[in-house]
Design a protein around this ligand. Structure first.
Ligand SMILES: [Zn+2]
Length: 280
């Protein structure tokens, strides 16, 4: 059996995604059968129905740099052990991120990498956690993103009645829930990247998402579900998702903690980093 463009199109129709901006997290392997046309066919199925396709296009391995020595640039409760050596990034990466760099973290899967090659791509201005989009609302979604406003694209997605679409992956991949963390009052973690003028800047990034599946029973009522091959597709309206999760996290910050040993969850659920030098 092969998954065809028609199969993908039917799923988009069943989830009533036509014309909407959609943040896509997909495992192509989850289909359990060859996908005719690969990642491009999945993007086509959405774009042909007037969707704007938004993806995380993160580049922490390429552009993240070690924390500078100044204590003001090393906030406490930042989900990080400052005594550990900083991992080396890919040697081939340029020193400074640009939206046209074409790079993306392999761990996000093949779909974001495929989207980056499409004509009309817009990509945000965050050196470590950029979002990229193709389609009619691409510029409106990502152009507001800056190193000090990492989740502007997610707010824009919510404002435009957008969906978060999980294809064969769990809630631990749902980036939109990081915005819920921020809106519940958590400060975002600080990391570091080089700027075009050679400085090292503090930028904001998301925390650990491995505990997000614990929100599943709270969100199942607003999800629409279908399947293609072995892959379950779940579509969540982002505005309703935020409206559900933000008050839950405000009341019980530990709800998304993945394990008692996770330092990132420990610091995030305590409220995130303490005072530091200004961002940027
Ligand atoms: Zn964790």
């Amino acid at each position: 059996m092969t998954i065809t463009a028609d199969d993908l199109g039917h799923a988009v129709d069943e989830l009533a995604l036509s014309g909407l901006p959609v943040l896509v997290h997909a495992s192509l392997r989850s289909f359990g059968a060859p996908l005719a046309g690969g990642a491009a066919a999945l993007a086509d199925a959405l774009l042909e129905r007037g969707c704007t396709v938004l993806v995380p296009a993160f580049t922490e391995p390429h552009f993240g740099v070690a924390p500078p020595p100044s204590p003001s640039m090393r906030p406490d409760r930042n989900g990080l052990d400052y005594t550990r050596p900083w991992p080396a990034g890919p040697a081939s990466a340029p020193a400074v991120y640009t939206p046209g760099c074409g790079l993306v973290n392999d761990r996000l899967g093949v779909f974001p990498a495929a989207l980056l090659t499409r004509p009309g791509l817009r990509r945000g201005g965050h050196p470590l956690n950029s979002f990229a989009a193709v389609g009619p609302l691409a510029a409106e979604l990502v152009d507001g993103q800056t190193p000090v406003d990492v989740y502007a694209p997610l707010r824009a997605l919510a404002e435009r009645n957008g969906r978060s679409l999980l294809i064969g992956v769990g809630l631990n991949r749902m980036t939109a829930l990081h915005l819920a963390e921020e809106q519940s009052g958590r400060r975002l973690f600080r990391r570091w990247a080089r700027t075009a003028d050679g400085r090292t800047a503090q930028v904001e990034v998301g925390s650990c998402s491995e505990g997000f599946p614990r929100l599943e029973p709270r969100l199942s009522a607003c999800a629409r579900t279908t399947s293609v091959g072995d892959a379950v597709w779940r579509s969540y309206p982002v505005r309703e998702t935020l409206a559900t999760v933000v008050p839950l996290l405000a009341r019980d910050p530990g709800l998304t903690r993945c394990s008692p040993e996770c330092a990132a969850c420990r610091d995030a659920t305590a409220g995130g980093p303490l005072a530091s030098a200004p961002l940027g």
